[in-house]
Design a protein around this ligand. Structure first.
Ligand code: HAS
Length: 560
C-alpha cells in the first residue's frame, strides 16, 4: 500500500498523519479562522454594548458598518476558511495526500479568498459598504465590495475542486469499493456549494457589479433577493455539514466506539444535497411578489430538509447510548452521565449538539408559514442563527481545531490546553445561552433586528425591550471572554512544544462497515440530476414571474 493511495485499515490508524504539504495549506486557512474570530468577535461585543443603549461607538464608527463587519467576517470569512481547511485535511487524511494539481488548486483558492476578503474588508473599513452580510438591494455598496465577495466565492470553487479531484482519484484507483465516508461527505458538500453559488454568482455578475460600477442604472430588487436566498439557505448547510462530518466520523472515534451507521450517514448527506437548495423562499415568506403556492411548496420542501437532521440526531443518540451502555449504564438515561466529560475534543461539539436541539426547533417554527409572520425581521431570527451557526457549528469547528492544529503542527494537547478547551465550551455556552435566550424572548415581544435603536424615542413598547438588550450585552461579554480563551488556546496549539507522538485526526469505523455499498449513492450523475430537477420545480415559476411581471428597477441608495 503506497502512502499516496492508502485504503482499508490505514484510514483508522491513529498514527496516520496527513501529508505535511497538505498540512501547510490547512494551517494557512486555520490562521485566517483565528484572525477572523478575533476581529468578528470584537465587533460582536461592541454591537451588544451599543444595543444596550449604554454605550456609543468611538471614532465615528457606524452601527451598520460594524454589523456588516461582524456578519461578513464571521458568517462568510471564518466559515469559508475553516471549511476549505478542514475539508482539505479530511480528504488528505482518508484518501491520501493531494497531488500537485489538487494542492495547487487549494493554494490558488486560498489566495483568491485572501485577496477577495481584503477587498471587501477595505470597503467596509472605509464605510463604503454598510450593507450587512445579506447585501440586500437597493442598498448600494462600492463595486469593490461585491467584486471582493465574488472573488472569495471563486476561491472556494477552486479549493473545492482540488478536494473533489482527490476523491475522484481515490475512486478511480479503488474501483468498485465503498469510498471513505468522510471524503464522500466532502464531495456532497462541495457539489451542493457549486449548485447553490450559481445563484449568487449570476446576481453579482449581471446585477450588483455592473450596477454598483454605474454600468446599469437600476437593479431588480426582487430578483436579487430571490437569487440571494436560493444561495443563502444552502449556505447554512454548507456551514453545518463539516460539523456533521465531525459528529458522524470523529466523535465516535474520540469516545472509542464505532459509529452507528455508515449507510444512514450517507443517506442523510444525500438528502441534504437534494433539499438544501429548493427552500430559499422560506426566507421571503412575508415578501410580496411571490405566489402563495410557491411559498407553500418551498415550506413543504423545507420540512424535507429537516429529515436528515433528525436522522443525524437519531444516529448520535444511538452512538452515545451504545457508549454509555459499554461503560455500565443500565437505566433509561444514565448513559448520559458516563460520557467523557473531561475530554475537550468531545465536550466542545457535544455542547454544540445540545444547542442544536432548540436551534432546530426554532428553525421549524420559522419555517411554519403563519409563525413566520410573528418572528420575521425580529431579533428572534438573530437568536435563531446564534444557536445554529453560532453554537453547534462554531463549537464543533473549535472541537475540530483542538485535534487538527496539533495534528498538522506535530504538537500535543497538554492537560492545560484540554482544560482551556473545556472552559471555552462552558464560557461560550453561558454567553450564547444568555444572549440568545434574551434575543428569542424580546423578538417575540416585537423587537426588530438590523436596528441601531434601543429606546425608540422612549416609546413605552420599546421600554420593555431594554432589560433584554442589557442581557444580550452580558452574554456578549461572556462570549468575548470565550474568544480570548479560544485565540490563546489555538495559538498554543500551533506554537506549543513539539512532540514525537502524533495527535490523532480521529476517523471512526461503523457498525455496518461490512455491508456492501449502495451503488446509487455514489452515482453522481443521478444525484446531480435529482438536485437540479428539484431546483427547477421550486424556482422556475417564481423566477420567470419576476421577469414577466416587468417589475420596475431601483436606483441605488446609501443611507450611511
Ligand atoms: Fe435557519 C433563518 C429555518 C437550520 C441559520 N437560519 C436563518 C438565518 C440563519 C440561519 C443565518 O424557515 C437568518 C438569515 C438572515 O440573515 O435573514 N433553519 C430553518 C430550518 C432549519 C434551520 C427549518 N438555520 C439552520 C441552521 C443554520 C441556520 C443549521 C446555520 C448553521 N431559518 C429557517 C427559516 C429562516 C431561518 C425559515 C427565515 C426566518 C425569517 O423569516 O427571516 C432546520 O435545518 C433545522 C433542523 C434541525 C433539527 C435539530 C436536530 C438536532 C441535532 C442535535 C442532536 C443532539 C444530540 C445531543 C444527539 C431538527 C442533530 C444529545 C443530547 C442529549 C440531551 C443527551
Amino acid at each position: 500500500m503506497s502512502a499516496e493511495n492508502y485504503t482499508g485499515d490505514a484510514i483508522f490508524d491513529k498514527n496516520t498523519k496527513i501529508d505535511p504539504r497538505d498540512g501547510r495549506l490547512v494551517l494557512a486557512n486555520m490562521i485566517w479562522v483565528i484572525f477572523a474570530l478575533l476581529i468578528g468577535g470584537t465587533a460582536g461585543l461592541l454591537q451588544t454594548l451599543v444595543r444596550s443603549g449604554q454605550f456609543e461607538l468611538p471614532f465615528g464608527i457606524g452601527y451598520y458598518q460594524l454589523l456588516t463587519l461582524h456578519g461578513v467576517i464571521l458568517a462568510l470569512v471564518l466559515t469559508f476558511f475553516f471549511i476549505m481547511g478542514f475539508q482539505t485535511a479530511a480528504v488528505s487524511r482518508v484518501c491520501g495526500a493531494l497531488n500537485k494539481v489538487e494542492r495547487t488548486l487549494g493554494w490558488i483558492g486560498f489566495w483568491f479568498m485572501t485577496v477577495g476578503t481584503l477587498m471587501a474588508a477595505a470597503m467596509i473599513a472605509t464605510n463604503q459598504a454598510s450593507v450587512l452580510y445579506t447585501f440586500y438591494a437597493p442598498l448600494q455598496a462600492h463595486g469593490l465590495f461585491y467584486l471582493g465577495l465574488t472573488i472569495v466565492v471563486v476561491g472556494t470553487w477552486l479549493a473545492a475542486t482540488g478536494q473533489i479531484m482527490r476523491y475522484q482519484r481515490w475512486r478511480r484507483e479503488n474501483k468498485g469499493q465503498k469510498s471513505p465516508l468522510l471524503a464522500f461527505m466532502v464531495a456532497v458538500n462541495n457539489v451542493m456549494w457549486y449548485v447553490c453559488t450559481l445563484g449568487v454568482a449570476s446576481s453579482m455578475l449581471f446585477q450588483f457589479i455592473p450596477w454598483s460600477f454605474g454600468m446599469m442604472e437600476t437593479i431588480n430588487v426582487k430578483l436579487t433577493r430571490t437569487l440571494f436566498w436560493y444561495f443563502g439557505h444552502a449556505l447554512v448547510y454548507f456551514w453545518l455539514l463539516p460539523a456533521y462530518m465531525v459528529w458522524y466520523v470523529s466523535i465516535p472515534k474520540i469516545i472509542g466506539i464505532k459509529g452507528f451507521s455508515d449507510k444512514l450517514a450517507r443517506m442523510s448527506f444525500v438528502l441534504f444535497l437534494f433539499f438544501s437548495i429548493p427552500v430559499g423562499i422560506h426566507h421571503q415568506l412575508v415578501e410580496p411578489g411571490i405566489d402563495a403556492f410557491w411559498k407553500g411548496l418551498q415550506v413543504v420542501l423545507t420540512f424535507m430538509v429537516i429529515v436528515p437532521s433528525l436522522i443525524t440526531a437519531f444516529s448520535l443518540f444511538a452512538t452515545f447510548e451504545t457508549y454509555g451502555r459499554k461503560q455500565g449504564a443500565t437505566g433509561l438515561l444514565d448513559w448520559f452521565k458516563k460520557l467523557p466529560w473531561k475530554d475537550a475534543r468531545f465536550v466542545l461539539p457535544f455542547v454544540g449538539m445540545l444547542f442544536f436541539i432548540p436551534g432546530g426547533l426554532g428553525g421549524i417554527i420559522n419555517a411554519s408559514g403563519q409563525m413566520n409572520q410573528l418572528v420575521h425581521n425580529t431579533i428572534w431570527i438573530v437568536g435563531h442563527f446564534h444557536i445554529t451557526v453560532g453554537a453547534p457549528v462554531v463549537l464543533t469547528y473549535f472541537g475540530a481545531m483542538m485535534f487538527l492544529l496539533p495534528h498538522i503542527t506535530g504538537k500535543r494537547i497538554s492537560t492545560s490546553m484540554n482544560t482551556m478547551g473545556l472552559w471555552l465550551a462552558y464560557t461560550w455556552a453561558l454567553g450564547m445561552g444568555i444572549m440568545s435566550t434574551a434575543m428569542h424572548i424580546v423578538g417575540l415581544k416585537g423587537a426588530p433586528r438590523r436596528s441601531t435603536f434601543s429606546e425608540y424615542g422612549g416609546h413605552e413598547v420599546a421600554q420593555e425591550w431594554i432589560s433584554y438588550q442589557m442581557m444580550q450585552a452580558v452574554g456578549g461579554v461572556f462570549l468575548f471572554i470565550a474568544i480570548i480563551i479560544a485565540v490563546t488556546l489555538f495559538v498554543q496549539l500551533i506554537m506549543g512544544p513539539r512532540s514525537n507522538e502524533v495527535e490523532e485526526f480521529p476517523v471512526a469505523r461503523f457498525l455496518d462497515d461490512d455491508v456492501i455499498k449502495v451503488g446509487w449513492v455514489e452515482n453522481w450523475r443521478l444525484l446531480v440530476i435529482i438536485t437540479i430537477f428539484l431546483v427547477l420545480i421550486a424556482y422556475t415559476m417564481p423566477i420567470s414571474q419576476i421577469f414577466t411581471e416587468s417589475i420596475a428597477g431601483s436606483k441605488g441608495y446609501k443611507f450611511w
